[in-house]
Design a protein around this ligand. Structure first.
Ligand code: MN
Length: 451
């Protein structure tokens, strides 16, 4: 199928035509875009901003550090100007966004995350309501602009970078999600071959299933991640006086925007060529060097201080404890690969525990199989912590079988207390693993125990 026919079908099938129509009359509109501050959110923001401007609207972009759009933030931004439309991009599809609908003439959500709650009132484009397709918000924005008749090589490139940032395309492994195949074949292959060609170079954060080869688009997406703080606000303001006042997310966004004018992609053979083409190569290099050295530091700490603490079924449980660990969940996903090699035929669950500089404790879990449900462990852990110490507003935990987080934030729970609760939970899991009580096992996330 052609990319355009695919889009036509998707817009009809999913009832996205009214959303597209709401863009058609944005000429003269004052539009406020909130987008996620990770590479997918940033690239989606670049595409959507250009689209609205092409239509004739005026755009303000906000890159708040919280993933979900907070009502207080929305209200305070709306109070600053007379807006006709709000676009919320790559910031989740939350049921409560319906409560925001009356605040402005058009309230539009463009996203690809599985919804939390049900969205009925918002103008919504999200293919992952009741299904799961590997894609990204940059790609949904690209589908929208293409549906509306706009084409630009720069936006093809932006969509690709966002897809890479959200792991929906793995050109180094020839693994392209079905949902983006027509786009990839028509717009990427044959045009951006230099970006998707396999190269031997330092493995990026995306090389978690193999470390032999990477691609330039992997490198570029990782660089944008580093510049913008990756959606985790890994900022370098305190490292260097040159960076003291830098707004990282905005800097990453501007680096993307500035390249639209003079898009020299065919000259990019290495990441250095790409960096040379940015507006402020010196600053880009400085930030990227900090990122790379933090990454190496964390990997070294992992390899020196990670212990095998338990084996449940065929899953080895590894634990790492540290203090002020930088880039922890992402580096942990990559280190999981090393643990997996160590464990041979066994699966791996890697538990990272970080004493954060502000006082909170961050538990981050990464698994190679769904045998032990990381999300259940984190939600159980947070429930136990809340039961004992209160602060339901500060202590949160949850996730999916392969990746989950629990954070105590400003609850004031000490590291020792949090660890004790975690150790008790682990003891309970050990007991249940021994008795094979199926109901209890399910509760505790020992999903490999079945009848
Ligand atoms: Mn995304």
């Amino acid at each position: 199928m052609s990319y355009k026919s695919f889009i036509e079908e998707e817009f009809k099938k999913n009832n996205w035509v009214p959303v597209a129509d709401s863009f058609k009359d944005m000429e003269g509109d004052n539009v406020l875009i909130f987008t996620h501050d990770d590479p997918d959110g940033l690239t989606a923001g670049v595409i959507l901003k250009k689209l609205v401007e092409e239509i004739g609207g005026k755009v303000t972009v906000k890159l708040p550090p919280t993933y979900e759009l907070d009502e207080g933030l929305l209200d305070s931004e709306l109070a600053k100007d007379d807006y006709d439309a709000v676009i919320v991009s790559d910031k989740g599809t939350m049921g409560y966004y319906d409560d925001y609908v009356g605040k402005v003439d058009k309230f539009i959500v463009i996203d690809h995350h599985p919804p939390i709650g049900e969205v009925k009132e918002c103008l919504l484009i999200n293919p992952n309501v009741g299904a799961y397709y590997g894609c990204s918000t940059s790609y949904m924005a690209h589908m929208l602009m293409t549906y509306l008749g706009y084409e630009s090589k720069y936006d093809d490139y932006m969509a690709l970078v966002g897809l890479k940032g959200d792991w929906a395309v793995k050109p180094a492994m020839d693994d392209i999600s079905d949902y983006v195949k027509d786009f990839y074949q028509e717009r990427i292959t044959g045009t951006f071959d230099n970006l998707i060609k396999k190269i031997e170079s330092r493995p990026t954060m995306f090389e978690f299933m193999q470390r032999e080869v990477t691609t330039l688009v992997n490198q570029i997406s990782e660089l944008y991640f580093a510049l913008g703080g990756g959606g985790f606000q890994y900022f370098y303001n305190d490292r260097d006086s040159d960076l003291a006042d830098l707004d990282h997310a905005l800097f990453s966004f501007e680096v993307m925007e500035d390249q639209r004018e003079n898009f020299n992609y065919s000259r990019w053979n290495t990441l250095d060529d790409f960096i040379d083409d940015t507006t402020d190569p010196k600053k880009v290099i400085k930030i990227f060097d900090y990122f790379k050295s933090d990454w190496e530091k964390t990997m070294k700490l992992f390899s020196g201080k990670t212990d095998l603490i338990e084996t449940f079924g065929n899953t080895d449980i590894y634990k790492f404890e540290g203090e002020n660990i930088l880039l922890m969940p992402m580096a942990g996903s990559i280190y999981n690969n090393d643990l997996s090699e160590k464990s041979g035929d066994n699966e791996v669950l890697f538990i990272m525990i970080n004493a954060e500089p502000a006082g909170g404790v961050h538990f981050s879990l990464r698994a190679t199989s769904p045998n032990i449900h990381a999300g259940k462990i984190c939600s159980n852990l947070s429930a136990l912590l809340v039961e004992k110490f209160g602060h339901k507003d500060q202590i949160t935990g949850g996730g999916h079988p392969f990746a989950a987080e629990c954070k105590t934030r400003n609850s004031g729970v000490s590291y020792e207390d949090a660890l004790e609760v975690f150790n008790n939970l682990l003891e309970d899991m050990k007991t249940v693993a021994g008795t094979e009580d199926i109901a209890k096992a399910k509760e505790l996330g020992l999903d490999y125990i079945t009848e």
